[in-house]
Design a protein around this ligand. Structure first.
Ligand code: DC
Length: 225
């Protein structure tokens, strides 16, 4: 069976990773969490005392850092220089720094190349902010996944509670609004819907329903190939 690449973009907390994992597993594809790659660099910068506003320093830090994604049923396990940081990159410190880290041109250039290499064999589902516009502009299927700010904040909050992390719904809502604004207004590869992306609002749809819809669209695109 022919394989395609699927790009899933959208704002923080829209359910991209949950949906992308489900789609990848249903189609037997590889899931690539590109946000985790930026988080891994933010984690390394915080641990190496590198200024997150200094694009040059971050670019050279990334050049000398080995960021590895290992696929598992639960999602991607992330390693930085062979140390597992899968949970650490979800900390509030990393979350608060990652938008600044990902705004630098030199950082994005290297990350985009890495992501294009990972997806070069087709059969991949990538989620992020610029996949359909910059990383894989020729992806056969592009999805722009959205949900209301309130719904996105509630989902993050319940996920934190479930995992035993401390959580404040109001603070999450403010963080999401701030990240949306930073990710959408940055100069390089801002979060925008690709002209040929299918927009899906997940506010009142379950991840299962959204994943099923994407799989149906994927099957259509595979048949068209
Ligand atoms: O999806 P996430 O919340 O784990 O992403 C973390 C940050 O990385 C997010 O604030 C924006 C940035 N990001 C990006 O700029 N481009 C991507 N392709 C993926 C994430």
């Amino acid at each position: 069976m022919k394989k395609i690449n699927i790009a899933i973009d959208g704002p923080a907390g829209a359910g991209k990773s949950t949906v992308a994992k489900k789609v990848a597993s249903a189609l037997g594809y590889i899931y690539i969490d590109t946000g985790a790659m930026y988080r891994a660099l933010a984690w390394k910068a915080l641990h190496s005392n590198v200024d997150i506003q200094d694009g040059k320093a971050l670019s050279s830090l990334l050049e000398s850092t080995n960021v590895e994604l290992v696929y598992s049923i639960e999602g991607n396990r992330i390693f930085v220089d062979n140390q597992e940081v899968t949970d650490d990159i979800r900390s509030s410190e990393v979350t608060a720094s990652v938008s600044a880290v990902s705004a630098h041109a030199g950082v994005r250039e290297q990350m985009v190349k890495k992501q294009q290499n990972l997806a070069s064999n087709k059969g991949s589902v990538l989620d992020g902010r610029d996949i359909g516009t910059t990383v894989l502009p020729h992806a056969e299927l592009k999805i722009f996944l959205t949900a209301s700010v309130e719904e996105r904040a509630k989902r993050r909050h319940y996920e934190n509670v479930e995992k035993g992390r401390s959580s404040d719904l109001q603070m999450i809502m403010e963080d999401i609004q701030l990240r949306d604004s930073k990710d959408s207004s940055r100069k390089i590869s801002p979060l925008v819907k690709a002209a040929d992306a299918v927009e899906i609002d997940s506010t009142s749809n379950s991840a299962e329903d959204v994943a099923e819809r994407i799989c149906t669209l994927a099957e259509e695109r595979i048949r068209m190939k």
